[in-house]
Design a protein around this ligand. Structure first.
Ligand SMILES: [Ca+2]
Ligand SMILES: [Ca+2]
Ligand SMILES: [Ca+2]
Ligand SMILES: [Zn+2]
Length: 497
């Protein structure tokens, strides 16, 4: 049973688009005894509103079209909340009551009254909770205006608004927490009074508020207010979401969204796919959808990189991964690799990208060791070291051949690197030099595991460069074990997809 303080106030999410819609009742989650069904009735003879605040005169029953619209809207609410709604003939046994009435305020087309009452024990635990909601549609000044609700007309949207109240939603312009004026319209929530077009389904903020209240698994259950788990539906903008204790559902919606976790990446287990992920760790087991990045205390996981990599030929991804190895003898970070894949997709050739790597190397001298004044010979020696594993640099013949090619502009720095990479691969299986492509392939393998399969970045660019170099330095022609150990993930943690 919940505590008194839990049922007395709105259980706020900390998100404006949700909290601006949370009324402080009716609290269907707190009903006693616990149940999963809400009963509704069209009876105007039993269970009617004893106070009838705001209405006057005799009630008249909803007609067939109005009843059908209610059934249709409740089916929508069931989809959003998981709550079962069952019609009951005896109004005295119902929770939600519908009737046409003369609503006293002349320009009010609809009105929902709700009541709740509860008792609690000496420990302030709720021992008894009942609630009622009364939904009225005006049939006086309005005449027959709202007597034929159907999806797409105003009478239907009006019923959706009133049922929003019955489910615990308030107007976004009243109370302590309100929506900004730019969002107080029916594109965001049917609880607004500002309407640009007619709607027959709830707005994104209504959906988020209903998910927050009921968790999609009905009254009580594992998700929703008063349970262990939260169901957070964020906004269409770029959102930063803090993971918290409990087994939650997080839906980032549109935009570029990030979920923050407090411990290192290796202490979490990720399963599922990048678009529908379970993250198990300090903050419980959280189901995460429509989120682009997971931020841990040491690393950030890019959840988009796999889809980006899959949008081009795998050999092209490998060629880009090789450029990191050839120019900087490092493992790429996911963000950087994703950036270059996008550049490749938008029409830059591998050679143009390789030249851009060289220019970046010169621009970030202190990190890369490249300088503007670097001689052609020094450059060739460095590429021999990175690609061919020759600690002492190029042999005299190779050195003079490639240095001349650079001097005569027959090769650019970028194209020279591509040529040397291509030549390295031709030694695969060679008894004397087979270790050269073996070493390169092992580096490509780790690069792919790190940046694509696991989508990893360190939390700063400098760290990604420095750690990328350290990881590459651990790789030998025969083993990647030390490199994997340095990354710190178990081999089974590398599979996001
Ligand atoms: Ca629930
Ligand atoms: Ca959690
Ligand atoms: Ca978002
Ligand atoms: Zn209203």
């Amino acid at each position: 049973m919940p505590k008194l303080d839990v049922i007395k106030a709105s259980q706020l999410s900390g998100w404006n688009h949700i909290d601006a819609l949370l009324d402080d009742g009716p609290g269907w989650n707190w009903l006693t005894p616990t149940r999963s069904t809400i009963y509704y009735s069209f009876s105007v003879t039993a269970g009617t509103d004893p106070k009838s605040t705001g209405v006057t005169g005799a009630l008249s029953a909803f007609n067939a079209a109005q009843q059908a619209a209610v059934v249709d809207i409740l089916r929508q609410i069931k989809q959003l909340t998981g709550i079962t709604f069952t019609e009951i003939g005896d109004g005295a046994k119902a929770d939600i009551h519908f009737a046409n009435a003369n609503i006293i305020t002349a320009n009010n087309a609809g009105l929902t009254n709700w009541t709740s009452s509860y008792q609690y024990d000496s420990k302030q635990e709720i021992i008894n909770y009942v609630a009622q909601a009364y939904v009225y549609v005006d049939n006086a000044e309005s005449g027959n205006l709202y007597s034929a609700p159907a999806a797409g007309n105003y009478a239907y949207e009006l019923l959706m608004h009133e049922l929003g109240h019955a489910m615990g939603l308030k107007h976004p312009f009243s109370g302590a927490i309100v929506l900004p004026a730019s969002q107080d319209n029916t594109e965001f929530t049917l609880m607004s009074y500002k309407q640009s077009s007619l709607h027959s389904s709830y707005g994104p903020d209504d959906i988020a508020a209903l998910a927050w209240l009921y968790g999609g698994d009905g009254l009580g259950g594992n998700l929703g207010v008063g349970t262990q788990g939260k169901y957070l539906i964020a906004t269409a903008n770029n959102d930063v979401i803090q993971a918290s204790l409990g087994n939650d559902q997080i839906d980032g919606q549109g935009g570029q969204d990030l979920v923050n976790f407090s411990d290192p990446r290796a202490t979490y287990k990720l399963s599922g796919t990048p678009t529908n992920l379970a993250v198990l760790g300090k903050e419980g087991t959280d189901a995460i959808r429509n989120v682009e990045r997971l931020h841990f205390s040491d690393m950030t996981v890019n959840l988009s990189v796999q889809a980006i990599a899959a949008s081009v030929n795998s050999l092209d991804v490998q060629h880009l991964e090789e450029l990191y190895i050839a120019f900087f003898n490092r493992i790429p970070d996911a963000d950087g690799l994703a950036y270059w894949i996008d550049q490749f997709k938008s029409g830059n050739s591998l050679r143009q990208i390789a030249d851009a790597f060289y220019n970046a190397g010169v621009a970030y001298s202190s990190l890369t060791g490249y300088t503007k004044d670097m001689s052609n010979e020094a450059f060739v020696n460095l590429i021999y070291k990175n690609v061919l594993g020759r600690i002492s640099g190029a042999d005299p013949e190779g050195l003079s051949y490639w240095s001349n090619a650079l001097a005569s502009a027959e090769e650019s720095h970028g194209s020279l690197v591509i040529s040397i990479l291509n030549s390295a691969h031709t030694y695969k299986g060679d008894p004397q030099f087979g270790w050269v492509p073996d070493l390169l392939d092992n580096k490509i393998n780790v690069a792919h595991m790190f940046a694509v399969k696991a989508g990893l970045n360190y939390n700063s660019d400098i760290e990604s460069v420095q750690m990328g170099m350290k990881i590459a330095a651990e790789i030998t022609p025969t083993t990647i074990d030390a490199a994997i150990k340095l990354i710190g993930l178990n081999p089974d943690q590398f599979n996001l997809a």
